[in-house]
Design a protein around this ligand. Structure first.
Ligand SMILES: [Zn+2]
Length: 315
């Protein structure tokens, strides 16, 4: 028996045929249609499910269940996309619409929740009971596995660690508040911090790195710091400190076994985990006496979405 995991993103809808051990044995992808006003996301998800089954040479009789990971506000109980910003969707009853075609259990959840679950079931969180997953990308998302189960809050509207304030009256956040963690620890925030530092230091190697890449990116400061640039190193150190402030807050609330980092910035691996582990070991509450909270890099990378969506059926 197999599961189907569908990972809906701003660019593409990816489907995978997943074994119960977390192996993806067939795939099918469609580009996400974000332009057509009469766009039916359920219809495209249906095509991806059909395509995935065809690619794996199976029929619906071989499928144990279908899981969908979707960005935005999701009602996982009723199977409804309440709201999605980047694909412009409102109140779409995806699960009911798909049930007309597929007579198997179908579940949907927020993409970050799926990634967290995927890591705990199949990835770097395997074997841990309490896992906090944080994704450092365009925004800062997260997911919480408590006692082996996904924690979602009332009607699945919780688990948004990116919107805890770490600086009162700080930088404006997309959510309307000021000083959210996301406004300091996301890739967009790092780019803003990099640009500001570049302006103060015209001789910084960050200018060279940005020219090579054709733009200031999340890599600019890291690359220049690697070459010994002091201004860049300061950008990196400050940025990591912002990440750490949020991580220690989360550790103090949940005291999980492990905190996993995913998203674009997690590619920096030890350059993140070494200083962040140090911060955790020194600053988490009662650090000397309480159990250690490990800081690790998530392991499923681009497949976290598909595997996590499939893992919804294993809950
Ligand atoms: Zn916010």
């Amino acid at each position: 028996m197999h599961y189907i995991g569908v990972d809906v993103g701003g660019m593409s809808i990816k489907g995978g045929l997943v074994t119960k051990n977390g192996k993806i044995v067939a795939r099918f992808t469609l580009p996400t249609n974000v332009y057509d006003k009469n766009y039916s996301i359920s219809e495209d998800i249906r095509k991806v499910i059909e395509g995935t089954m065809q690619a794996g040479e199976v029929t619906i009789a071989d499928i144990e269940g279908i899981g969908i990971g979707q960005p935005g506000a999701i009602d996982s109980v009723r199977g409804v996309i309440r709201y999605s910003n980047n694909i412009a969707l409102e109140n779409v009853p995806v699960v009911d619409e798909l049930k007309k075609y597929f007579d198997v259990p179908i579940k949907i959840n927020n993409d970050a929740n799926c990634a967290a679950l995927g890591e705990q079931v199949f990835g770097a969180g395997k074997g841990y009971n309490d896992v906090v997953f944080v994704t450092l990308g365009t925004g800062v998302g997260g997911g919480f596995i408590i006692n082996g189960k996904l924690f979602e809050g009332r009607e699945c509207a919780g688990a948004e660690p990116g919107h805890m304030v770490i600086v009162t009256d700080g930088e404006k956040c997309n959510c309307g508040r000021k000083g959210c963690w996301e406004a300091y620890a996301s890739v967009s925030a790092l780019i803003r911090q990099t640009k500001a530092a570049m302006e103060t230091d015209p001789s910084s190697l960050m200018h060279e790195e940005a020219a090579k890449e054709g733009k200031v990116s999340g890599l600019t400061s890291f690359l220049a710091a690697k070459r010994g640039d002091k201004t860049a190193q300061k950008v990196v150190d400050t940025y990591i400190k912002y990440i750490g402030e949020g991580l220690v807050n989360l550790a103090n609330i949940f005291r999980p076994d492990v905190i996993l980092l995913g998203g674009a910035i997690s590619k920096e691996r030890e350059r993140l985990t070494v200083p962040l582990q140090k911060m955790m070991d020194e600053q988490s509450f009662g650090a000397k006496f309480n159990p250690r909270v490990e800081v690790k890099i998530a392991s499923l990378k681009n497949d976290a979405g598909i595997l996590g969506a499939a893992a919804l059926l294993l809950q």
